[in-house]
Design a protein around this ligand. Structure first.
Ligand code: GDP
Length: 197
C-alpha cells in the first residue's frame, strides 16, 4: 500500500462521537511508551501525525485518522503507566471496553509489545480480553533495533509459549522498528489484504 494521504480527523472520548463507521478501522494500542506514536508516524510517513507522548497516560482520547480516504487508523490511549490514578485507570477500562464492544467497523486491533520485555500481566490481560470478546487482533513487537536478534527471538518465543497456554492458534505477529523503518511494508500489506477481503 502506498500512503497517499493521512489526515487527523478528531479526538474524543465517546464512541458515539467517532466518525461514521463506513470504512474499515484499525486500532493501535499498547503500554504507554511502547512506541505507538512512533509506529503510527512510521506507517504514515509523517513525522508528527501521532503525538509522541510527553506526558504518558495523561490524555485518554480515541484519536481518528483517515488514510487514503479508505480506512481509519485509530490511536487508542495506552495502558500501564504507573503514575495514573485508580480512577483514570477505571475510566480507561470503561472507555476501551465500550469502544471494543460497540465500534462496529473495528476490523483489527494492533497490540504493541516492547520486544525487550518478557510477557507482562497487563498485556496478557488485554490480549485475553480481546480474545474473549472475539475482537480480531495481531501483535506488533516494537523497538527491535534496541537489542540483538537473539534477544528478540527469545522474547517472541516466550510470548508464543504464553499465548499457547490459552489458544491453539497464535495471532499474526509483526517485528518492527520505527527507528529503522522495519515492518512497515508487512503491516501495510496486511491491512491491504484485509481491506480486500
Ligand atoms: P508511545 O507512548 O507508545 O506513543 O511511545 P512513543 O512513540 O512516544 O515512543 C516512546 C519512546 O520510545 C520515545 O523516546 C521514542 O523515540 C522511542 N522509540 C519508539 N519507537 C522506537 C524504535 O523503534 N526504536 C527506538 N530505538 N526507539 C523507539
Amino acid at each position: 500500500m502506498v500512503i497517499k494521504e493521512a489526515k487527523f480527523l478528531m479526538s474524543n472520548t465517546k464512541v458515539e462521537a467517532c466518525p461514521t463507521p463506513d470504512k474499515p478501522e484499525y486500532a493501535f494500542i499498547g503500554r504507554s511508551n511502547v512506541g505507538k506514536s512512533s509506529l503510527i508516524n512510521m506507517l504514515t510517513e509523517q513525522k508528527k501525525l501521532a503525538k509522541t507522548s510527553g506526558q504518558p497516560g495523561k490524555t485518554q482520547l480515541i484519536n481518528h485518522f483517515l488514510i487514503n480516504d479508505e480506512w481509519y487508523l485509530v490511536d487508542l490511549p495506552g495502558y500501564g503507566y504507573a503514575k495514573v490514578s485508580k480512577s483514570s485507570r477505571e475510566e480507561w477500562r470503561r472507555m476501551i471496553n465500550y469502544y471494543l464492544q460497540k465500534r462496529e467497523n473495528l476490523t483489527c486491533v494492533f497490540v504493541l509489545i516492547d520486544s525487550r520485555h518478557d510477557p507482562m500481566a497487563q498485556d496478557l490481560e488485554f490480549i485475553h480480553q480481546l480474545g474473549n470478546k472475539g475482537v480480531p487482533f495481531v501483535v506488533v513487537f516494537t523497538k527491535l533495533d534496541k537489542q540483538s536478534s537473539i534477544k528478540t527471538d527469545s522474547t517472541i518465543a516466550a510470548w508464543k509459549r504464553k499465548l499457547r497456554e490459552t489458544w491453539e492458534e497464535l495471532p499474526q505477529m509483526f517485528r518492527t522498528s520505527s527507528e529503522k523503518q522495519l515492518g512497515r511494508d508487512e503491516i501495510l500489506s496486511f491491512i491491504d489484504e484485509v481491506n480486500a477481503q
